[in-house]
Design a binder for this molecule. Sequence first.
Ligand code: GLV
Length: 327
Amino acid sequence: MRIAVTRRIPAAGLELLGREADVVVWPEASPPNRDELIAFAAGADGLLTLLTERVDGELLDALPSVRAVSNMAVGYDNIDVEAATARGVIVCITPDVLTETTADFAFALMLAVARKVKLAADSVLRGEWRTWEPLGFLGQDVHGATLGIVGMGRIGQAVARRARGFAMTILYTDQERRPELEEELGARFVSLEQLLRESDIVTLHVPLTKETRKMIGANQLRLMKRSAILINTARGGVVDTEALADALESGTIWAAGLDVTDPEPLPADHRLLCLPNVLVTPHIASASEATRARMARLAAENLLAALRGEQPPRSLNWEAVRGRAHP
Ligand code: GLV
């Protein structure tokens, strides 16, 4: 069995793969481009991919030996699952193992932005800490604020549980109301419009799909409070980047914390990075040592099971592909 891994991943995953397969690992820090990936993965039975690789019909047609693709991520907007299913290729992802770590990071961004942590710390580095300033770095309180959670899936729920500890009023919106969660989480279902109007902090936890692309644009940002904070640890494409930059520049909203951007990576001279009220981190919400090891392990287990012909722990299309002979 031959497996191509598109970047260096935690050893926990590589060790598992190495027990059952010949493994090649893309050695560079940057992802392979399309042609490099096709040359690198030629002849592989399975691919272990990251969210930086676009997996579509064209790629799978160029790599006809590939029978399974295991994405080391919970999001899979980089994968055309329909095209994979049509070609009998099993697709797997790594949900659950990163939920709590990602929710921790949403809170880290929330607190850092609301309390101007980076601006204050940078001023210390510049030697500007001269005295205790009664008017210095005044931020917004997180405790007791109204938190609007857009997308009450696994990560949204984990954020809500944390918010209870901060005595926040919790609003949420989703495709459907989740009455079974409301009592446990102390959360109230509202429309997106009402959530945007009433929240002090809005945090995004929806997958990127046709329906959610740019769901936060100029019209939505205009509904938010001038003191509001937007947090995005989901996917950059959920927000209209230029509209957000306009809103932050003009004071339509107060600040934003973004772990994901569109485009990604964000060029170092991007206008968002020139604004003092934006904190951008390089898509690291799941980046704890333990969680990245768990993700690598699950991605490896998924891939090995799929290639053995067994049901992978977390597949998106096992049922649909099962029983179909791979061409
Ligand atoms: C990271 O963004 C993931 O989807 O796991």
